[in-house]
Design a protein. Structure first.
Length: 157
C-alpha cells in the first residue's frame, strides 16, 4: 500500500520531527510512505472569515491536486473511531483493489469543504483540542498501530 500524508504547513519542532521519523521508519515494513508538506496560505494576523475561506480554498486546490487513491480527511467534523476501526481503514481499500491512500491534515484553520466532500472518510481523533502539529505524530502512530492490529502484533494492547 502506498500511503501519502498531505499536510499543510511545515513541521517546525525538532522533537515532533524526530517522532515522525521514528514512526516513518517503523512503517517501512508495512507500506510505502510519502509525506508532502504543502505551503500554508498567508493570512493577516486577524483574518476575516472571508480571508480564511479563500485561504482554505487555495489550500484545498493544492491538496486535491496531490491526492491519490482513497482520501481520508482528518477534520473536526470527522467521525471518532477506535484504533481497531482505524486499522480497517488501512486494510479494506486493498481488498477493493485500491493501492493508494492519502491522509490529509489541513492548516490550523481546517480544511476546505471541497476536500471534505472529496474524502471517502472523515476522521476525528478526539473532541479534545490538540496542538495542530501534534496531529501528524498522532496520525503516524495510529497508522503504525493499525498495521500492528491487522497483523496481530504485540504493540496494540
Amino acid at each position: 500500500m502506498r500511503i501519502t500524508l498531505l499536510t499543510v504547513g511545515k513541521l517546525k519542532e525538532r522533537w515532533l520531527q524526530e517522532a515522525c521519523a521514528e514512526y516513518a521508519k517503523r512503517l517501512k515494513r508495512y507500506c510505502k510512505l510519502q509525506w508532502i508538506e504543502l505551503p500554508e496560505a498567508r493570512l493577516p494576523e486577524c483574518p476575516s472569515e472571508g480571508e480564511i475561506v479563500r485561504a482554505l480554498q487555495a489550500e484545498g486546490e493544492q491538496i486535491l491536486r496531490h491526492a491519490e487513491g482513497e482520501l481520508i480527511a482528518l477534520c473536526i467534523e470527522g467521525k471518532p473511531c477506535t484504533s481497531e476501526v482505524f486499522s480497517t481503514y488501512l486494510t479494506e481499500p486493498a481488498l477493493r483493489g485500491c493501492s493508494a491512500l492519502t491522509f490529509v491534515i489541513g492548516s490550523s484553520h481546517g480544511l476546505a469543504d471541497a476536500v471534505k466532500q472529496a474524502a471517502a472518510k472523515r476522521v476525528s481523533f478526539s473532541p479534545m483540542t490538540f496542538p495542530h502539529q501534534l496531529a501528524r505524530v498522532m496520525l503516524l502512530e495510529q497508522i503504525y498501530r493499525g498495521y500492528q492490529i491487522a497483523e496481530g502484533g504485540k504493540y496494540h494492547k
